[in-house]
Design a binder for this molecule. Structure first.
Ligand code: NAD
Length: 286
């Protein structure tokens, strides 16, 4: 088989982010303020610190102002709710992002519920999740599913009528992605830790997405010949970032595949920038 098409999230992100930068420049030239994103990081999880740093850097490059709130591991739910209430009412804050996971003891559900849905650029508030179910364009789609959808579309991979199998039913990726793929008229199967015969499902996939965080879960004998493989997983193994998919093992069998790093990761950050621009645009109403 021919070498697979590498679905390059870095390259596509560069293009989309340049477009976002130009749009913001245009707003500024017409006298509008810059878009603003508040980022809340609680505790000292090293992976979360890296993600937040990357998001803030990406904001700066396109002209979005970020307001970083770094809170100690002992922060209470109430303190976090008070901060979010303040940010909900601040004019220059268009989007609010609370980096997950939160330390134990903080009520994540209450925190997500407290974000004004019109500033919920992560798309985790039930109002935005509900809009995803209802196919209402005005909601915010969670950043990773949004990024995957953009990547598929960019490479001309139309999922309509296709068998899309998602491994991982997490709240951040698997579940909202399943809804988005249904929106795109795919036939969607969602597998998870309790799925009895994972291989039976993954082998039937025309588009296989893995979002579990289990390195090397998807092996050569688990993918169909000619399928498209999207690897969402991010794990650190011996100091290296790896995905869920045994890339070297499956690459000769598939028609297209995302690399890790450089595939879904940058597209997730691009999704965040797009959602922040969307929130801003709605608020400044040019
Ligand atoms: P999660 O813990 O919420 O969900 C994991 C899911 O995987 C669960 O549904 C679980 O049942 C399933 N699972 C675990 N082990 C399994 C197995 N052996 N077989 C089948 N299913 C299994 O995690 P999440 O927040 O959805 O994140 C999943 C992965 O995606 C993590 O590695 C995370 O770092 C990564 N992630 C990457 C990006 C990105 O931008 N690339 C963004 C978000 C999350």
């Amino acid at each position: 088989m021919n070498p697979p098409l590498i679905l390059d999230g870095r390259e596509l992100s560069r293009k989309i982010r340049e477009d976002i930068r130009l749009q913001i420049e245009d707003y500024l030239s017409r006298g509008f303020r810059r878009p603003g994103l508040a980022v809340i990081l609680v505790g000292d999880d090293p992976a979360s610190q890296i993600y937040v740093k990357n998001k803030i850097k990406a904001c700066r490059k396109v002209g979005i102002v970020s307001f970083l709130y770094q809170l100690g591991v002992r922060t209470t739910t109430q303190e976090l709710l008070d901060l979010i209430a303040e940010l909900n009412s601040r004019e220059e804050v268009d989007g609010i992002l609370v980096q997950l996971p939160l330390p134990e003891g903080i009520d994540q559900r209450e925190v997500i519920l407290s974000i004004n849905p019109s500033k919920d650029v992560d798309g985790f508030h039930p109002e935005n999740m509900g809009k995803l179910v209802a196919r209402m364009e005005e909601g915010f789609i969670p950043c990773t599913p949004l990024g995957i959808d953009l990547l598929l579309r960019h490479y001309g991979i139309d999922v309509r009528g296709k068998d899309v199998v998602i491994v991982g039913a997490g709240f951040i990726v698997g579940r909202p992605l399943a809804l988005l793929m249904l929106w795109r008229d795919a036939t969607v199967t969602v597998c998870h830790i309790h799925t009895k015969d994972l291989r039976k499902f993954t082998r039937s996939a025309e588009v296989l997405v893995s979002a579990t965080g289990v390195p090397g879960l998807i092996k050569e004998d688990m993918v169909a010949e000619g399928s498209v493989v999207i690897d969402v997983g991010i794990s650190r193994v011996e100091g290296k970032i790896v995905g869920d998919v045994d890339f070297e093992g499956v690459r000769h069998k598939v028609s297209a595949i995302t690399p890790v790093p450089g595939g879904v990761g940058p597209m997730t950050v691009t999704g965040l920038l797009l959602n922040t621009l969307k929130a801003y645009r709605r608020r400044v109403r040019p």
